[in-house]
Design a protein around this ligand. Structure first.
Ligand code: 13P
Ligand code: 13P
Ligand code: MG
Ligand code: MG
Ligand code: MG
Length: 367
């Protein structure tokens, strides 16, 4: 059966700051999704990462289906009403436009969609991140799909030996969507030249080379500030990763997150801190709102999800997190000095730049 998996995510308000949505807001979103219009989709999962609510839907329509997007939009709108009534912080934060015009892309929520012929068994990992940027998945995905040191399947499994094709988007290009396709391993160094700058170049999708129609990965690539023209919170991305057989195994994808790369995000979306792998439904950390990523492994049959298994909840990840916390504390000790705080180009709070402009006027030329 030809299936589409849609992940739609929005931050619509949180309790006591940018922590987590209230149980009532989550319940309202779930209610609209599950009871509202079951005709639109086959199955759904609703969960949260920090203060972002994720709706995952399986259906037989195409990616970008107006009714699927409209349902998620309605759920986020309804959830926002509850968030407003409860006085939650940042109620409706990611819903940047008032009118829905058939597609969520460009309205604020993050969207990742992947269409595939369902395999006899279809294992998939759903990733969601908070307090960071779409390029946050660049390094883990590169390691999982191009580096045999992390992904032994690239050497061991005939389905993976031809490598993968990476589609990378230049998210700074504003007029049209600029993408490039690079095949690994042949163009590994070209890929590295792009992926070294995760603020600008973002892996948008990854494809099998042995089976060119098989898409392995879809990542949301919206940059909110390109929509709003000002800082409105980070673009906390979602991603869908198909695993096993002709793709890396779940246990090859997982370790790629143990490195916890420094990514942009954290307090006021203005710092670099490591991307902490956390269990699903974890509130954002009061320790500077560290960037976080969660993963749910699910199996899908006839479009129905099994109960998910949490990728980052077994004992190994407790050890990883202790290391990541130390890495974060070392970086944060240098406070406002780069690279702890982001460079001016990435600082979306304009106040500091206005102040710099005034300071520059006070400079005098030494005679
Ligand atoms: P099983 O033998 O449990 O299926 O494990 C296969 C495998 O390769 C795990 O990495
Ligand atoms: P969110 O984008 O998750 O709301 O985080 C905002 C922020 O700046 C936290 O410090
Ligand atoms: Mg928020
Ligand atoms: Mg958020
Ligand atoms: Mg956000």
């Amino acid at each position: 059966m030809r299936l589409t998996l849609s992940m739609l995510k929005a931050d619509i308000g949180a309790v006591g700051g940018h922590t987590a949505p209230s149980p009532e807001v989550l319940a309202r979103v779930r209610e609209v999704i599950t009871e509202g219009q079951r005709a639109v989709f086959l199955d759904s999962l609703v969960f949260h990462c920090g203060d972002d609510i994720v709706v995952a839907l399986t259906h037989t329509r195409d990616p970008g289906d107006p009714e699927v997007h409209a349902l998620a939009w309605e759920a986020f709108q309804e959830g926002t009403r509850v968030a407003q009534a409860q006085g939650l912080y940042g109620a409706g934060q990611d819903l940047l436009k008032d009118a829905f015009s058939g597609n969520l892309v460009g309205l604020g929520p993050q969207v990742a969609e992947l269409q595939f012929e369902e395999r006899p068994n279809e294992p998939v990992v759903l990733l969601a991140a908070d307090k960071t940027e779409p390029g946050a998945y660049n390094l883990p995905l590169y390691l999982a799909f191009a580096d045999p040191m992390h992904s032994p399947g690239l050497l061991l499994s005939p389905g993976l030996q031809a490598g993968f094709r990476f589609r990378v988007m230049d998210v700074e290009a504003t007029e049209a969507e600029h993408v490039i396709d690079l095949a690994a391993p042949e163009r590994l160094y070209d890929l590295a030249i792009l992926l070294r700058d995760p603020h600008r170049f973002v892996i948008e999708s990854i494809w099998s080379r042995k089976y060119p129609d098989e898409q392995a990965v879809a990542v949301s690539t919206t940059r909110l500030r390109n929509i709003a023209g000002r800082y409105v919170g980070k673009d906390d991305p979602v991603a869908i990763v198909r695993v096993q057989k002709i793709f890396p195994a779940t246990e090859e994808l997982g370790p790629c997150f143990a490195l916890a790369p420094f990514v942009a995000g954290d307090t006021r979306g203005s710092h670099h801190l490591p991307l902490m792998p956390v269990p699903a439904n974890t509130p954002a950390s009061s320790y500077f709102c560290m960037p976080m990523v969660m993963g749910l492994a699910v199996s899908i049959k006839n479009g129905r999800f099994t109960r998910p298994v949490d990728m980052f909840s077994d004992p190994v990840w407790e050890h990883v997190r202790r290391h990541v916390v130390e890495k974060a504390m070392e970086m944060r000790r240098q406070g406002f000095v780069e690279p702890a705080m982001l460079p001016y180009g990435e600082l979306e709070y304009t106040g500091i730049r206005d102040r710099l402009e005034r300071l520059l006027e006070e400079f005098t030329v030494r005679s």
